[in-house]
Write a protein of this length. Structure first.
Length: 145
């Protein structure tokens, strides 16, 4: 920032001491210190605000780019899907499927005999009864006697 050497700073202090006097110099130094502190705080706030704005504009630009890419891709995918759907429709209209017409071609073989049913597994153990519990409650004991 400012390139002031110690000797130049000392010379400024001596001139201020002679011009202002020893009574006013501390009060003026406090005022100058307060002003420089406020100026530094103002510059910090300004710098932080500019950084936030540049970051926000970068985010807006990224969002716009992402939105543009999404719209391009979705339009491209829609075009491809419509093309495939049109091709499928043209294939169906060029070669009608007999099932759609309710006919059965004569070269289709008759359905094979039905497969045998799955074997039935017989249980040799009886299932426990749900009505009566298989356990007996413990006998109540009287602690008094």
């Amino acid at each position: 920032m400012l390139d002031i050497s110690f000797s130049e700073l000392l010379m400024c202090f001596l001139v201020a001491l002679v011009v202002l006097g020893p009574e006013k110099l501390p009060r003026v130094a406090r005022g100058i210190g307060r002003w420089t502190g406020q100026a530094k705080a103002y510059m910090r706030n300004l710098s932080a605000e500019l950084d936030r704005e540049s970051h926000a504009s970068d985010l807006r630009k990224q969002m716009d780019d992402a939105r543009r890419i999404f719209n391009e891709e979705s339009t491209s995918m829609k075009r491809e899907f419509d093309g495939v759907a049109d091709h499928g429709r043209s294939m169906l209209s060029d070669h009608p499927h007999p099932i759609h017409e309710g006919e059965r071609p004569s070269d289709w073989a008759a359905p094979a005999a039905e497969a045998p049913a799955a074997p039935v597994i017989e249980h040799t153990h009886a299932a426990p009864s749900i009505d009566a519990p298989s356990w007996k409650p413990a006998a109540k004991t009287d602690p008094n006697g």
